[in-house]
Design a binder for this molecule. Structure first.
Ligand code: UD1
Ligand code: MG
Length: 453
């Protein structure tokens, strides 16, 4: 008796030659997460007892990326059945009722679809094939079904007859197989076919010959899109973004021009958030309710508290943590900084490695000078302070609560709470000296013109 559990094998040994890349194909990102990372995420809610990733030789980066999941190395690529067989040792010690087989380059697969397949397994099918319909069938195995929806065979494109080629039902490659029959059947798969490879798809006919039932689950072609070129990667990204934009709208965000907003796999957007055109979210972003993000903002590894107003043209970099009602305006960059409630930095400012207390106003052109060429230093500004325009704050330095810094100051020492600090050269006024200066400059210009002849 097996354990009733489900194991999974993700095939990712393919070199991905057409990607023209040093990176294993399965590590190329969609929405900021590797393709194999998407597949692992789809498996996550299914309570899988073990996930084995089949990698090729020299794919150390892939092994590291999928850890702690074990990797099985397929030294020579002899086909999809051979690839699954390479996972045999890595699965030892498990006794799963079902083994799900997936591809590392099919990143848009959904948990619900995999659950449908497991449901078919529970209903008695020995093998469940995941298929899709398309007009563009070239290169895909065709799924041959009877009238009752039982799968009788999968025929590879290269091995198909003209009649079989006209079938529009294609094999995605994803399968759910009874754990008791998987390896015994794999032992019987031969390589007498157009590619001289061991085809996983041969499992169907082998199972059928033993009187076992094979069923089909159908999903949308977009969901089962396989990526084997940069063009296909861009298409997968487009499909993913399109779905995510729709979800953002459904969940209560306004996207003024949805097609121009780019999300990451983990972007969290609250309700009544308005996002203008051309906004890009890198990974690790949380936007709370009632935030407005104007056009052309770039935000990654940052959080924006309730009621915040960001942009246009603002950049929030890793470690920017904004409390409620913070205003970050145009050409302002915030990095590794914590901004208290109601802080305003509305124009042309760099805030890096800083803590800024609630209610502080940071004037236009303020720069925290956080880097001396060797080390980063922190700036700490208290509550309800006022930093005048064009102030350079040379960290490490602290500015106390309620302080006012005069415009154009260079702050090099700590400023006490409540102080008015002015750190700039004094203004000099020379009466009636403007006109003589103009005359001199005009005369010099005339001389130069004469010299040139
Ligand atoms: C396979 C299926 C085909 C299906 C198509 C969907 C077989 C025989 N054919 O064909 O029915 O329509 O996928 O895209 O299964 N891989 C390995 N080791 C190998 C061979 C492949 O890990 O030795 C991995 C690849 O990295 C890839 C996946 O398996 O992720 C599919 O391999 P690929 O060569 O692309 O199979 P197809 O010929 O496209
Ligand atoms: Mg393929």
């Amino acid at each position: 008796m097996n354990t009733g559990e489900t194991a999974a094998v993700i095939l990712a040994a393919g070199k991905g030659t057409r990607m023209n890349s040093n990176l294993p194909k399965a590590l190329h990102p969609v929405a900021g997460r590797s393709m194999v990372g998407h597949v692992l995420a789809a498996l996550e809610p299914l309570d899988i007892c073990r996930v084995v990733v089949v990698a090729g030789p020299d794919m150390k980066v892939l092994e590291e990326a999928v850890a702690p999941h074990p990797t099985a190395i397929q030294t020579v690529q002899k086909g999809t059945a051979h690839a699954v067989n390479s996972a045999r040792d890595a699965l030892s010690g498990t006794d799963p009722e079902t083994v799900l087989i997936l591809y590392g380059d099919t990143p848009l697969i959904q948990t619900d679809t995999l659950q449908d397949m497991l449901d078919q397994r529970a209903a008695g099918a020995s093998i469940v094939v995941l298929g899709f319909r398309t007009d563009d069938t070239e290169g895909y195995g065709r799924v041959i079904c009877d009238q009752d929806g039982n799968v009788n065979a999968i025929v590879e494109d290269r091995d198909a007859t003209a009649g079989q080629k006209s079938i529009d039902l294609c094999n995605s490659g994803v399968m759910a197989v009874d754990g008791n029959i998987l390896f015994p059947l794999l032992d019987q798969v031969g390589n007498d076919n157009a590619k001289n490879e061991y085809y996983l798809t041969d499992l169907i006919e082998l199972a059928r010959s033993k009187g076992l039932r094979c069923r089909l689950v159908e999903a949308d072609a977009d969901e089962l899109m396989g990526v084997d070129s940069r063009l296909a990667l861009a298409e997968a990204e487009a499909v993913w973004q399109c779905d995510r934009r729709e979800r953002a709208l459904e969940e209560g965000a306004t996207l003024i021009d949805p097609d121009t907003v780019w999300f990451s796999y983990d972007t969290v957007i609250g309700r009544d958030v308005t996002i203008g055109p051309n906004v890009v979210f890198g990974p690790g972003v949380t936007i709370e309710d009632d935030v407005e993000i104007e056009a052309f903002c770039h935000i990654s590894e940052a959080s924006v508290g309730r009621g915040g107003h960001i942009g246009p043209f603002a950049r929030l970099r890793p470690g920017a943590r904004l409390d409620a009602d913070v205003h970050i305006g145009n050409f302002v960059e915030v990095k590794n900084s914590v901004l208290g409630k109601g802080v305003k930095a509305n124009h042309l400012t760099y805030i890096g490695d800083s803590d800024i207390g609630a209610g502080t106003n940071v004037g236009a052109g303020t720069i925290t000078c956080n880097y001396d060429g060797y080390n980063k230093h922190r700036t700490v500004i208290g509550k309800a302070a006022f930093i005048g325009s064009n102030t350079a704050i040379v960290a490490p330095v602290r500015i106390g609560d309620g302080a006012i810094i005069g415009a154009g100051s260079t702050v090099v020492r700590d400023v006490p709470c409540g102080a008015l600090t002015i750190g700039r050269g004094e203004q000099v006024d020379l009466p009636d000296r403007a006109e003589p200066m103009r005359e001199r400059l005009a005369a010099e210009k005339k001389e130069r013109a004469k010299d040139k002849g």
